[in-house]
Design a binder for this molecule. Sequence first.
Ligand code: FES
Length: 160
Amino acid sequence: MRSKVNITEEKLSELKAAMEIHKKEPGPLMPTLHAAQKIFGCIPLPIQKIISNELDVSIARINGVVTFYGHFSVEPKGKNIVSVCLGTACYVKGSQGILDAFSHDLNVKVGDTTDDGMFTLEATRCIGACGLAPIFTVNEEVFANGSVQLVKKVVQKLKS
Ligand code: FES
């Protein structure tokens, strides 16, 4: 189960103000989606509908963009985002085992968020640091030469 998104009047006004600015510029959809992601922490369907009406872009297109780009999410993400690279260099050095270890130790499926909203676990593509494979990140921090042992240490630290 994931935490519910908090859609307040204040946040909606913030989104509308952002749309007013971006509507005057060419290609207003992407900057508007970035603003929405920042304001709400995700872009659920009700927010997509508001953007669709305001920018006159179909909901199908908006949903396609939101679900395609890893930066956007339809549901709120956890306080800590754990991402494991499954690119080729990382994969051949055992990143699937790292992903499985996180899934087990955090008790969450890949692509999901823990019930307490503390952790989101994601699989990513190559982040361009193949020489340090296997790689995983926790929020902004990059962990090189990952292993199941390192996962255990990191999870212990994150939970403490
Ligand atoms: S394949 Fe993982 S960083 Fe390139």
